[in-house]
Design a binder for this molecule. Structure first.
Ligand code: PMP
Length: 381
């Protein structure tokens, strides 16, 4: 049986909308057409084996090669060596937030959480029934969303020095804020990179663990990529079942039970595509171009559009904004949809609008949205 061949001819994303639609969905979200074409081929036949991607045994060479290749490219993009494990864990980010707490808090430990978003709150909710939670920063004010100020070098974070870890959510998908650098702390650092993985250079090696669900920059949902120090995950509780332990998944090379084989292959292809684009450094430039185009419209609208995302922490991926009333927001969304600009509604509980423009989202889509926003403000201002 021959090995699956990774498609290496991935090029720049096309500027034209697919089927007349620009999809601003926060996740699952727009994927590169080259990757979709490759998946379409592999669904029928993975690596000329005569067997389709979702029909291969997870213990056969074709899938094991695909999994190993995905791990190798993620290692290169994350810039980590052998002291780190790269694991494909079952489930999305929230499931892995629960695994995190079970591994490191279930024997009396305290987890420090920086409460900057709905997703950080989800992580807190998963930890509370398991162990002690200490909220070290509150970034969700009624009128403004913020992140710790990097110029304060950690002084605005309150963290007991004997805690098991410090958790932060690097990009706050719903609020439209992000950390411009990881929080400063001597505690083992846990980063939720679900919505910003490989969108910009990030020091993975400085973390005890990063968690990133598929569904955005990594493609299909159903699997999370964990990059973790081997020594850290070995310290996980032995009083929980093997399926809950990161270390056991790592020992089994992410084939402890039947893994989400489709999602793992899509993650591998998305990582390969990311590398072919020039990696996080090159992609960050393109992402900056897209988000700054929309933030600029918000800033220059004379107050027609406003955002609760605090200026220094504005996300380079999810631009959040609103008009003066929820009625006008609703009209914006209806008209945008009619113009082929889909999925711009803000997260429930945050409201307003949100333009999510991850790695694969075309620059042209941001230009079209910017023009639409300007026109809408002129007509309704
Ligand atoms: N963290 C972040 C930053 C997210 O954006 C999301 C989903 N949008 C999650 C966690 C939750 O992921 P899941 O639905 O896979 O549990």
């Amino acid at each position: 049986m021959s090995s699956p061949t990774i498609h290496t001819a991935f090029t720049t994303p096309p500027a034209t909308p697919r089927l007349g639609v620009y999809n601003f969905s926060a996740g699952p979200s727009h994927m590169p057409i080259e990757v979709i074409d490759q998946i379409r081929e592999e669904l029928l036949d993975l690596g000329e084996t005569g067997i389709g991607l979702i029909e291969h045994s997870h213990r056969g060479p074709a899938y094991m090669d695909a999994s190993a290749e995905a791990e190798a490219v993620i290692r290169r993009l994350a810039g980590v060596g052998d002291e780190h494990a790269v694991i494909f864990m079952p489930g999305g980010a929230t499931v892995n937030f629960a695994f995190l707490a079970l591994n490191f808090l279930s024997e009396g430990g305290t987890g420090v959480y920086l409460d900057t978003s709905v997703w950080a709150q989800k992580a807190i909710e998963e930890a509370k029934p398991v162990g002690k939670v200490h909220v070290g920063f509150n970034g969700r004010g009624a009128d403004e969303f913020s992140c710790p100020d990097p110029t304060k070098a950690g002084a605005d974070i309150d963290a007991p020095s004997d805690a098991a870890y410090l958790f932060y959510c690097a990009n706050n998908t719903g609020e439209g804020t992000w950390f411009t650098e990881p929080p400063r702390s001597d505690l083992p650092l846990i980063g939720d990179l679900t919505s910003d993985i490989f969108s910009r250079p990030w020091p993975f090696a400085d973390h005890a663990m990063t968690i990133a669900a598929g569904q955005k920059n990594l493609g299909a949902a159903g699997c999370s990529v964990i990059v973790a120090k081997r020594e850290f995950i070995e310290r996980g509780s032995k009083s929980i079942g093997p399926i809950l332990r990161f270390a056991d998944h790592e020992h089994a090379q992410s084939i402890l039970n039947t893994p989400p084989t489709f999602a793992v292959r899509v993650i591998g292809l998305m990582a390969e595509w990311t590398e072919a684009q020039g990696g996080p450094q090159a992609i960050a430039e393109r992402n900056r171009l897209k988000s700054s185009m929309i933030w600029k419209i918000v800033d220059q609208s004379g107050g027609f559009y406003r955002s609760r995302a605090s200026h220094p922490a504005r996300s380079g991926l999810n631009v959040t904004f609103q008009t003066a009333s929820s009625d006008l927001d609703a009209r914006f969304l209806t008209e945008a949809k009619a113009a082929g600009l889909e999925n711009l509604a803000g997260l429930a509980g945050v409201g307003g609008m949100r333009a999510s423009m991850y790695n694969a989202f075309p620059v042209r889509g941001a230009e079209i949205l910017a023009a639409f926003m300007t026109d809408f403000a002129t007509r309704n201002g």
